[in-house]
Structures are given as C-alpha cells and as structure tokens.
Design a protein around this ligand. Sequence first.
Ligand SMILES: [Zn+2]
Length: 380
Amino acid sequence: MAIENTHHESVKLLPWFDALGKAFNLESPPQAILFHGQPGIGKFDFARWLSKALLCEADLLSTGQKPCNSCEACRWFDTGNHPDFIALLPQSLKGRLVQAELEGSPKIDPVASESQEDGDGGKKESTFIKIDEMRGAIGGINIGSHRGGKRIILIYPLESLREDASNTLLKSLEEPNPDTIFILVSDRLDRVLPTIRSRCQLIALPKPSRDLALEWLQSELKLLLTDKVRTEELEATIDEHAGAPLSARDQILARHLGDDKDGIGLAITATRVLLEALSKGPQISYLECAEKVQKAPYSALLMCMQRWLFDLQLSRQLGEVRYYRRHAQLIGQLASQLQLAKAQRLWSALTLARRHENHPLSTRVQMESMLLQYQQLFAD
Ligand SMILES: [Zn+2]
C-alpha cells in the first residue's frame, strides 16, 4: 500500500502562515531572521516549519514543495535528530520540543540538564537561556555543517537570553558565517536589544482572522478531546486570548484534561505520532511507536486509537469517517483490508483499557500490545 507523505505531522504550517510560508525565498534566506508577534499564535511552530524547509534536501523543482517530508533530512528533523538543527529554549518551554524529547534525544534538548550549576537563580533560572547553552550552540559554527548544507540555530523566546548570552549572540551576528542561519523568535520585541534587532530581518507574524482561528481550533480539538467543546466556549476562549489560537487551545485542553501542562504537550505530540503510525496500517512499527508515545497520558492514546478504529469500521461499513476526516482517503484504503471480527476484539480491548486508563501498569507495554493487535487487523 502506498502511504502518502502528507501524514508526517510533526511540523505543520499553520493555515494563517500559509501565504507567508509559501512566499518565503528558501534559496537565499537572510542570515538572521527575527520573527515577532502576539504570543500564542504559533510563531515557534512557524520557525520550526521554516527550519525544516530550509534543511530539506529535496529538489524543489521536482517535489514542488519544501519541506518534502520524505527526504532523509526531513525524516531526521521529524524525529528530532537533524544534526544541523539546534533549538535553544529555556527549561520551562522544553515541552515544546516533546517530539524530540519522546525520542530521548539529548542533542536537541541542551537545556534539560545541569540546572543546579547556576547558583543564583534557583527555580527562576528555568525561564532563561544560559550562557553555556548559547556557547554550546554556536561553538561549532566555524566547523562546517554535518550535512554540508545550512546549520540552523533557533532561539525562542529571544527575550529569555540572559545578558551575557545576548552578547555572545550579538558577536555571532556581527561576524556571520554564511552556513549558519539564526532564526530568532520573540513575543516581546520591545525587550530585544536594538543592536540585535538591527542585524536581523524583522518579520511580523500575523494572527488569523477570528473565523479561521475558530475553524482551526475546532478541528484541532476534535483530534485531541473526546467531549465535544461547545461553540460558545471556543468563541469565549479565543476572545479571552485576543484571537491567539494556540493559547486558546492550550487553555481548553487544560480545562478538559486537567491542569497538567506537560501532560497536554505530550498528549498533543503523542497523538500526532500515534496517528502517523496508525496510518501505516499493517506496516506499523508498533514497538517504535509504543516507545515514542510512552510518556504521554495513556487515556489520550487510547482515545486516539479508539477513534481511529471507529473511523476504520465506519469507513468499511458505510464509506464514511467521523473523526479523522483529513485522513479519510487513507482510512478508506486501510478499511478495505480490515478484518471486522478482529477489529471488534480490539475495540473491546480498548474499551476495557479505558476503564483502567488512569492506572496503567506500563503505558509502553500496554501500547505495544494494543498496537500489535492493530497491526494484525489487516488481511494480506
Ligand atoms: Zn525534505
């Protein structure tokens, strides 16, 4: 079965950045870009998308788009393993890189360790990017990149650099290396040093129209929540966050899933990883998938699997899907091979597991078992 590459979902271009993303000249990018705009509109996601597009090694003329999602560079990026992509985030935001964290890659998360080394900050320290991390990131600049292309250093939020780290960054910007691109992202442009600003190409990222924000929020939440969120709640939350869709999403998720921020971040990413794996049908690498999603809340994983299975069965019987409409075509293809009796048994197993979802013995072991059953649903 042919699996479309569009199902790699780890780095997506948010619809309101579509025009900007497509118009971006990937062939001759500026040495340093500073994205700014309202918090919660997805600037970091856009910066990651752009990083992936810049590192993509496909031939633009033959693929028609970057990132192509299928070259080696894209695959490495998606698993958090691209050697020429360095993301600097404060400890408090490292959940934004859960994709990489799920992979257990130490390289991409240079912030996670040694938080006690600084004597002066205590817990507050975690919202800053420290000088050591900055030095570590730019240390290799003058040695070529691993892949012979560009090296990208993404810093978010820029205002979380401490003064000494800012100065180190400034020095690198003053003596640019043609192979290194800095992608800087700021929620508060007024807090960025003017000397840094003046060396970057400033790009203001827009927020979506209210209608687009609502539409996006609705489809996003459909993937992540079982309970239907009422339109009034969506509207109220969007307005409360001044039209910032990602902030609104996080708040609604917190309201419906409990206040565990790490859990929410993990649930979002793990759901995507899981969907991508499920979309491979009989070719699913179930051990790998179970390993990647094991830190996410078990309940979110079970729910996602249940909905996918529901769609498969519905598609088989009525040619329709209810939850994952974006994947309707692929679900249809998989459904044609579905063995209904086995699907019923897996459905029962998932239902039973959901009764004990808050006390799984080991999410990884349980997921391995569920996904192995899933793999065997399809007739040859
Ligand atoms: Zn690519």
